[in-house]
Design a protein around this ligand. Sequence first.
Ligand code: MN
Length: 310
Amino acid sequence: MSDYREIKELIEQYDSICIYRHIRADYDAYGSQLGLKALINDNYPDKKVYALGTDDLDNPYLLEPLDEADEETVRKSLAVIVDTSNLARVELDSWKLCADSIRIDHHPFVEQICNHEIIDTDASSCAQIVTELAMDAGWHISVKAADYLYAGISTDTLKMTIEKVNARAFRVVARLAEAGINFDTLNRRIYDSEIRIYKAETAARNKIVFDGNFAYLLLTAKDLQEMDLEEEEARDMVNIMQNIRGVDKYATIIEDKNGLEYNISLRSHGIVINTIARKYGGGGHPSASGIGHLKPELVPDVLRDMREKE
Ligand SMILES: [Mn+2]
């Protein structure tokens, strides 16, 4: 827990804190960022906290608009980067101007980014580490902070169903429950889909290819048009293959609008597949990783590697 204390002390030293996260933010990135912002606001009302980035995850039912900070503010701030494994994935560069920097992450270590780092690959999610920081610091956890942090934990663990979920993760969720989360209301804010998406998932199920214990969903730009789907929305569909008996590895292969390259999400149950992601310039967790901007001619190679991986 000594790492947590160092982070708490650094936060206490600065009057303003800028919180950053990775590009194409998911709920863990947003939840850690907005959750930490709420925690600092609640416990240190005199500090200014800026959650920086672009609002590219369109869920007004859960998320709040992000902030802007001018250069003068950034220069005197402490930077905190959450849920980000490598330098190229930090969404904004302005953190480099900050007076000092902390990174909080649960991805496999790729490179050092900040002066101070807590990298805990045993944690189910970055939001879990942020919650543990709050618990260790004895901070008050408001229901708003708890909602954001739970959203990160719940989505990164596929509703507490993956291997990394353990007693430690549930202790953290128990603490968030004590903050007063209404789980029915909150889960609906996180998980309810538009009817359009729900119907697209039904159509997508019929396009899944089953190949031994490997299943994949390949959607072309034309498919997306016909299904009235954005690329981001199509990528999220990887989860529809999570619970198919006999399927231990699965993937989505999504063509970009211009038909020039593919974005791939790889998932598995207990089989290490981030080695495949890395081979093609991607990365991520052992059982949840991705490849961006893949040339079409390499798609069959990725499918072959996934099929053969044991
Ligand atoms: Mn994460």
